[in-house]
Design a protein around this ligand. Structure first.
Ligand SMILES: [Zn+2]
Length: 305
């Protein structure tokens, strides 16, 4: 039913800001469509738009003033929405216009930037249903205060530590970063031998399933603030600052409170996952805290037995 010009306008609108201005885009499309119809009937479209000729230049002028921070979607609140409908604006499978549309904003989110499957990907999603691929993967190692993490994580941790210090929220420490497949085998085997498979695996991740093996996970604490690797870390000055600000450095709090049925892990206010600033910002702006929900992946409450 759409005329070629309408289709073209839709493609121009859609990919640029998938989140906040969806309604605005629809409205503009309707307005422009109306204007075309009215124009075709020989009636001046005085009321609809200030400029009756919807050239691409005009549409850009209309589009550009949109807020740089997309408004969270109505159903983006993950807290109460167990099994709720995922946001329609999260589109890992992007319309074909995505790659061809001219990019004019500096904060565009491209959901196809990285693999969710490959172990060496910044966006890999590892959980109790998604082992690493390859399972013995080892990242390029860097160091934060002498502790091993992936190189990219080390850089980001340094920046976050500087920001935390500047905000007078404390001195960031890294308690555990990269853990190798071999290390996990021995930890896992010891616990399973002691407690049995299920109870053992509640304490020690199955080798190849731990986010720590990617080098992108960081168990952090703050000097002198206590609650190291404890739930009460969430109540410390550092814990609060990190929960509120880590996204600016590309980190997410990977196992938030109340998300165990999805993540398979209890609340871990000390465990941060580096995903890069683009994804962390997009999740923040959509108010989605959990990777599985953001990417519409199945919940991973437990391993397969
Ligand atoms: Zn951890």
């Amino acid at each position: 039913m759409m005329s070629p010009i309408e289709v073209r306008l839709e493609l121009m609108f859609q990919p640029k800001r998938p989140t906040g201005s969806f309604l605005v885009n629809r409205l503009l499309t309707v307005i422009i469509s109306s204007a075309l119809v009215l124009g075709g009937a020989g009636i001046a479209a005085t009321a609809a738009t200030p400029s009756p000729t919807p050239t691409p230049e005009n549409t850009h002028q209309v589009e550009l003033p949109a807020s740089p921070n997309p408004t969270p979607t109505a159903n983006g609140d993950p807290s109460g929405a167990i099994g709720g409908t995922p946001s329609p604006s999260v589109t890992p499978a992007t319309p074909p216009g995505e790659t061809t549309a001219p990019v004019v904003c500096g904060v565009c989110f491209n959901p196809t930037s990285y693999s969710l499957v490959k172990a060496n990907s910044l966006w890999v999603v590892a959980n109790k249903q998604r082992p690493l691929n390859p399972i013995t993967y080892k990242p390029e190692i860097g160091y934060f205060k002498g502790v091993q993490v992936a190189k990219v994580t080390a850089v980001a941790l340094n920046q976050m530590a500087a920001g935390m210090l500047k905000a007078k929220a404390g001195t960031l420490l890294l308690n555990s970063g990269y853990r190798s497949y071999a290390t996990q085998v021995s930890v896992h085997d010891r616990q399973v031998a002691r407690l049995g498979l299920k109870a053992g695996e509640a304490l020690a991740a199955r080798p190849g399933y731990s986010e720590h093996q990617t080098g992108l996970a960081a168990d952090v604490s703050a000097a002198g603030q206590g609650c190291t690797i404890q739930v009460c870390f969430a109540t410390t000055k550092a814990g609060k600052w990190l929960a509120a600000n880590s996204w600016q450095y590309g980190f997410i709090l990977r196992y938030p409170n109340g998300q165990t049925a999805t993540t398979g892990y209890q609340f871990e206010p000390w465990h941060f996952r580096y995903v890069g600033v683009n994804l962390a910002t997009e999740m923040k702006s959509q108010n989605i805290t959990v990777l599985e929900k953001f990417w519409k992946l199945p919940a991973a409450p437990s391993y397969n037995y």
